[in-house]
Design a protein around this ligand. Structure first.
Ligand SMILES: [Cu+2]
Length: 170
């Protein structure tokens, strides 16, 4: 009887840990599209509910040979893409992956898996070895998925302008 009780306790503890691990990272608004160059771009919001900074170190999916983490940076007036090794998700904070900033780039796609209207599951690994997965809606190119939160009115041009006119000296 005592043994059963102990096993039950272990089970409950194991489940509690699992539930906590699943809630630590929340991925929402996940979608992707495939521009005419056949390399897919993936976008989402990722929330870190823990008290420690997490860094995304890799992303994988069936149907794509590799996924890279990318960022867009302004080089003068020209927007350029850069491959990055990790993307930080602050403690109790959110990081946005969108067509203007951080994004996933997926290479060598299986066309059937990445057909418009499908859901593609992407798996993430973090620097503390924890993992998370999310299903990405395959959207038609040029038609971003509408977000659950409204970011439409955010003025990106103003942000970029302030960057270029930042004084070099104080
Ligand atoms: Cu890119």
């Amino acid at each position: 009887m005592r043994k059963i009780f102990t096993l039950t306790t272990i089970f409950i503890l194991a489940f509690t840990n699992l539930a906590m691990a699943m809630d630590k990272i929340i991925i929402t608004d996940s979608w992707l599209w495939i521009p005419p160059n056949k390399v897919a771009g993936g976008f989402f919001e990722i929330k870190n509910n823990s008290d420690k900074t997490l860094n995304i170190v890799s992303a994988t999916t069936d149907g794509a040979q590799k996924i890279e983490l990318h960022n867009h940076i302004m080089d003068g007036a020209i927007m350029k893409m850069r491959k990055v090794k990790t993307v930080k998700v602050p403690a109790n904070g959110t990081t946005s992956f969108n067509p203007h900033g951080f994004h996933l780039m997926m290479y060598k796609l299986d066309k059937a898996t990445f057909a418009v209207g499908n859901m593609v599951e992407i798996h993430f690994t973090f620097d503390d070895a924890s993992t998370a997965s999310a299903k990405f809606h395959v959207m038609p190119f040029g038609k971003p998925m509408e977000k659950t939160m409204d970011h439409q009115n955010m003025d990106h041009s103003k942000m970029d302008h302030s960057k270029t006119t930042m004084p070099a000296k104080k």
